[in-house]
Each structure stands twice: as C-alpha cells, then as structure tokens.
Design a protein around this ligand. Structure first.
Ligand code: ADP
Length: 153
C-alpha cells in the first residue's frame, strides 16, 4: 500500500492545500493529512476546528485520513507505515525551503521519499498566513477556502 503523509499547519487549510491533495490522489493508495503542532507557530485556529474542516472537505473520499501529529515527520511516517511525504510548491522560495527540509528528512530516514507537486497557478498566491491576516482583520476569506469550510460555523 502506497501511503503519503501530507504534513502542515493548515492554519487554516486552503484551496491550495485541497488542490495538492486532489492532484496526489491518483499517485497513492492512502493520503494522511497530518496536522502538526509546529513549534515555531502558535495557531490561530484550534486543532479540532482545523481537523473538522479538512474532514468536511474530503468526506467523500475513503483514501484520505486526517490526523494530528507532534514530533518528527519521519517518525510519524514510520508509525503510519508511510513511505512518502507530500508537499506543495508555489514558488522558488517554497522550493528553497522545502528542498532543505527534504534533504534533512532524507538524512534522518533514507527510506522515506519526499514528493513535490507544483501548485495550480490559480492558487499560487494563497497562503495560510495571509488568509489569517485577512480573517483577523475582518475580511472575507471564503474565496480562498474549500467550499465545505465555514470559518464562523
Ligand atoms: P507548514 O507550516 O509546514 O509550512 P502549511 O500548512 O503552510 O504548512 O503548508 C503545507 C504544505 O502545503 C507545504 O508544502 C506548502 O508549501 C503547501 N502549500 C501551502 N499553500 C499552498 C498553495 N496555495 N498551493 C499549493 N501548496 C501550498
């Protein structure tokens, strides 16, 4: 069984994240969306809410699971029998950041392979941090989020 972990803060999950998962579906038997407690970030949205929103987005698909995780991504992969880490790339900055992480993860566990998908140009400008900024200042962020997500529900 080919299993990929899609790790992230998903604070909140956006159309960009949804698109990466949907593009990856034909490549893997199982995709685990792993919501991390990133040490450097205090989250704006509660873990429970972030989990609910992602589950609602993919409730039609049994190949997708949503789980919280702490600690090293490679350790979580091993615990879940996942051979792949899925990440999305929007631009050269993402590439630079992601390639360093992938190489460090490779050094930590050479059996786990990072797989990158280039994002759809329509979503290249969408970032969770800007969505948070707009939301916290009272702007309407619905256009950046999957349809099933209602932030104020
Ligand atoms: P992290 O806090 O680990 O960076 P994020 O939730 O910000 O987690 O992002 C998770 C993954 O989704 C990363 O690989 C990131 O590059 C990717 N990603 C973020 N926004 C988009 C987008 N608009 N389109 C495609 N991929 C994206």
């Amino acid at each position: 069984m080919k299993t990929a972990i899609f790790p992230g803060s998903f604070d909140p999950f956006t159309l960009g994240h949804e698109s990466i998962v949907r593009k990856a579906l034909p490549l893997f038997d199982r995709i685990i969306i792993a919501i991390g407690a990133n040490t450097k970030k205090n989250s704006t949205f509660e873990l429970e809410k972030r989990t609910q929103w992602i589950k609602a987005t993919f409730n039609d698909n049994s190949a997708i699971e949503v789980l919280p995780f702490k600690g090293l991504t490679v350790d979580f992969c091993q615990a879940q029998n996942a051979q792949f880490i899925l990440r999305g790339l929007r631009n050269p900055n993402d590439y630079q950041y992601e390639s360093a992480i992938a190489q460090m993860n490779q050094a930590l566990n050479e059996e786990i392979t990072s797989v990158f998908l280039i994002c759809d140009p329509a979503f290249a400008a969408i970032s969770s941090s800007i969505v948070r900024e707009i939301y916290l200042n009272g702007g309407d962020v619905a256009q950046f989020l999957p349809k099933a997500m209602k932030l104020d529900a």
